[in-house]
Ligand binder design. Structure first.
Ligand code: IPD
Length: 298
C-alpha cells in the first residue's frame, strides 16, 4: 500500500475539515448572491466554490504527496483526464450534493478517496453542515465522528440483520442530473415498482418501506454504511461520487456492486448498488439491471 494509510488519513481528515470551512463560507455567499452556473442543463449545477474547494484540496494534496495522481470533478470538467493506473490516485468530489448546496439543504459533503491498484483503499466524507465525518481505510474498518471533538464510532451503528426482501427496506435512490425522457421514464418506472404495492390489500406486500433521495451519492453510501438506509441504487455516478463511499461502505460490511468491472475508471459508472444486507433487486429500469442484480452476502 502507498506509504502509511493512517498518516494519509490524518492529513486527509484535516484537509477535508478545511475544505468544509470553505464550503460553509461558500454556502452563505451563494445563498445571498445566487451565483450558480448551469453545466449541461438547468439541473446540472456548478458554483465557483466547487472549483475553489477542488483547487484547495488538489494544491494541498500535491504538495504533501507529489507522486500521487489526482482525479477531481472540476479538473475533469476543465479537461484534466488522466487515465487510471496502478499508481496511488486521489479521487475527489469537492462538493458532492451541489444542488443541496445551492438550495441550502444541509446534506452536502466533500468526498475524498484514495485509489491504489485501481481499488479504493481510503475514504473521507465530511459534511460540514452537520459536522459529520465518515472515514474508512482498507482492512481497518469504517468510522463516524459526529462532532469535531467526539470519539469516532465504528460503523455500522447497529448490527445489521439479514433482509430477505424489499418489504422491510428503506432505499436510497436519486433522480440524477440527466433528465432525458428515455432515462427518466425508466427510472420513474423503477421507483414505482420499488415503492408501489403489487399485491394491493395484502398485508406485507413486496414494496419497500420507502424511498429516500439524500441528494449526494457519497452521503447515500455513508448512510448505508451507517445503517440508516438498507440499500442505495443509482444510475450514472462518476468515480469521485463513489470512490470514498465505496471503501467506507465495504469496511462497514456492505456489498458494493457496479455494472462495470472497475467502477473507478475515468468514466461515468452506469449503475451502482450499495447494500448493507442480502437483498435481491428486480425493479430497476435499465436493461442491464432489468434482468435483476442479485446482491450476495459477503
Ligand atoms: C451528484 C450528486 C447526486 C447524484 C449524482 C451526482 P454533484 O454529484 O451526488 O446526488 O445523483 O449522480 O453526480 O454534482 O452534486 O457533485
Amino acid at each position: 500500500a502507498p506509504a502509511d494509510l493512517q498518516e494519509i488519513l490524518l492529513f486527509s481528515v484535516t484537509l477535508a475539515r478545511s475544505a468544509g470551512e470553505l464550503i460553509l463560507q461558500g454556502s452563505e455567499a451563494i445563498l445571498s448572491s445566487g451565483n450558480v452556473d448551469e453545466k449541461k442543463n438547468s439541473v446540472d449545477l456548478v458554483t465557483e466554490y466547487d472549483v475553489r474547494v477542488e483547487e484547495l484540496v488538489k494544491g494541498e494534496l500535491s504538495k504533501k504527496y507529489p507522486a500521487f495522481k489526482f482525479i477531481g470533478e472540476e479538473s475533469y470538467a476543465a479537461g484534466a483526464r488522466p487515465p487510471l493506473t496502478d499508481e496511488p490516485t486521489f479521487c475527489v468530489d469537492p462538493i458532492d450534493g451541489t444542488t443541496n448546496f445551492v438550495h441550502g439543504f444541509p446534506l452536502v459533503c466533500i468526498s475524498l478517496g484514495l485509489i491504489y491498484k485501481k481499488s479504493p483503499v481510503l475514504g473521507v466524507i465530511y459534511n460540514p453542515f452537520l459536522d459529520q465525518l465518515y472515514t474508512g481505510v482498507k482492512g481497518q474498518g469504517a468510522y463516524l465522528t459526529r462532532r469535531k471533538d467526539a470519539t469516532p464510532v465504528k460503523l455500522p451503528l447497529a448490527k445489521p440483520k439479514p433482509l430477505e426482501s424489499l418489504s422491510k427496506a428503506l432505499l436510497g435512490i436519486e433522480w440524477g442530473s440527466d433528465r432525458c425522457a428515455a432515462l427518466i421514464n425508466k427510472k420513474g418506472e423503477s421507483f414505482k415498482r420499488l415503492a408501489g404495492n403489487p399485491n394491493e390489500g395484502v398485508q406485507g406486500g413486496r414494496m419497500a418501506h420507502s424511498l429516500r433521495s439524500l441528494g449526494s451519492a457519497a452521503l447515500n453510501y455513508a448512510m448505508v454504511a451507517q445503517g440508516g438506509l438498507d440499500l442505495y441504487w443509482e444510475i450514472g455516478c462518476w468515480p469521485w461520487d463513489i470512490c470514498a463511499g465505496t471503501i467506507i461502505a465495504q469496511e462497514a460490511g456492505c456489498l458494493v456492486a457496479g455494472s462495470r468491472t472497475s467502477p473507478l475508471d475515468n468514466n461515468i459508472t452506469d449503475t451502482v448498488l450499495t447494500g448493507r444486507k442480502y437483498i435481491v433487486i428486480r425493479a430497476i429500469g435499465d436493461s442491464q439491471t432489468e434482468k435483476g442484480v442479485d446482491a450476495q452476502k459477503r
